[in-house]
Design a protein around this ligand. Structure first.
Ligand code: BGC
Length: 383
């Protein structure tokens, strides 16, 4: 299958046809150009927000300097027809006013920290609390709501963006000035790779991730319950009613959380299971069998049978948050003019486990001065 897509792209390029004309909108041929920057809008304080467009190997990406947001990610189906497969908005005003983290970079800490509190080196820290009594995705104004500095680059056959954000000491309650650099790369095969790096000047905790909402049939096309999913994980972290892990690494065997063999997202999602009641669906962290790896290793495959579009995820991280879009409630309208309802997309967030700063048995999220936080995730596409 992989061969089909690559053959199609290579074939059109060889025939002198820009592969991108297949989908309609005229853009640079794969790998042929540097990322292009345009003004997207302004924040209330006048800060200009830019949109960067890049393309390589048959994948088209649009990224905002607000939150490093992936506003659009287009890939072809088995007939070469492009669709934007990530939920988003058409305007900066919508992103500022009401986004549930559509496409954004998440920091300093992906997912929840219980009561927004943790102790480190004998000191207690109180974070911004924005999800009931807990801190979610970095607090009230996380990395998803900050302007990032972006530079476009080409390197060999790669095309990409470097994104920079410096979070000052004490921001959202976190200790230390954290300098974050995220690199989005589109490879000549159309893979989208994310490399995260961060350094600090005081001991702190960090857990960066990306919050793309996937619908491989196209954003606004309906539910993802027919998507097929496989996750290489024999355990997951059950949660309490506030979606904080209990600390147990429970077996998926015999539960709706068993995705070791491919099944549809919807197959067991209506089972009367206490964990599914807590999450209003799936909103859990999978303990990836491979653990932490130096290089990204394959952990999950998502496929839309109707279009053939397939996403494979490889990561260095030990965890994967699978969120089945439970809180989409028919109140948001996407860039294609369609309303988003519950289950219209899913997130697969590579990460360390939620609430690790309060769970000594979980892999550590502590970063100290002199160390560099590194995390990489590769999204490969096929049809
Ligand atoms: C969390 C959900 C949360 C969502 C916000 C996910 O990463 O696990 O609980 O509602 O982000 O859109």
């Amino acid at each position: 299958m992989e061969l089909n897509r690559r053959t199609l792209i290579a074939g059109t390029a060889a025939a002198g046809i820009a592969a991108t004309t297949l989908g309609g909108t005229a853009q640079a041929a794969p790998g042929s150009g540097r990322p292009v920057k345009e003004l997207f809008g302004k924040l209330a304080d006048g800060t200009k927000i830019y949109r960067w467009s890049l393309e390589n190997g048959g994948t088209r990406l649009k990224v905002l300097s607000y939150g490093g947001i992936v506003q659009s990610l287009e890939i072809p189906d088995r007939h070469g027809r492009y669709k934007n497969v990530s939920l988003g908005f058409a305007t900066i005003e919508d992103y500022v006013a009401k986004t549930p983290y559509f496409g954004a970079l998440i920091g300093r800490y992906g997912n929840r920290i219980a009561k927004g509190r943790f102790d480190l080196d004998g000191k207690s820290y109180q974070l911004s609390v924005n999800d009931g009594v807990n801190s979610l995705h970095g607090g009230a104004k996380g990395f998803d709501k900050r302007p990032w500095d972006i530079e476009g680059f080409t390197s060999g056959s790669d095309v990409g963006l470097h994104l920079y954000y410096t979070s000052v000491d004490g921001e959202m309650g976190y200790p230390g000035t954290l300098k974050a650099k995220v690199t989005y790369t589109l490879t000549r095969h159309g893979d989208w790779r994310i490399d995260y790096e961060a350094t600090t000047d005081k001991a702190t905790v960090v857990n960066l991730t990306s919050h793309v909402y996937w619908n491989l049939a196209g954003e606004g096309s309906g539910s993802i319950y027919d998507h097929e999913l496989k996750i290489a994980a024999a355990r997951y972290t059950p949660v309490d009613s506030g979606l904080i892990p209990t600390g147990e690494l429970a077996k998926v065997a015999g539960t709706p959380f068993d995705f070791r063999r491919t099944k549809t997202v919807g197959e067991d999602i209506r089972e009367a299971n206490q964990q599914l009641l807590y999450g209003k669906g799936i909103d859990h962290n999978w303990v990836l069998d491979k653990g932490i790896t130096a290089k990204p290793a394959h952990v999950a495959t998502l496929r839309d049978p109707s279009s053939g579009r397939t996403l494979r995820i490889a990561t260095t991280e030990p965890g994967l948050q699978f969120y089945s879009g439970n809180f989409l409630d028919g109140t948001l309208v996407g860039p294609g003019g369609h309303i988003y309802r519950q289950g219209d997309a899913l997130c697969l967030e590579t990460q360390h486990f939620p609430n690790s700063p309060n769970q000594p048995a979980f892999p550590s999220t502590v970063l100290r001065p002199g160390e560099t936080y590194r995390s990489s995730t590769v999204h490969s596409f096929d049809a």
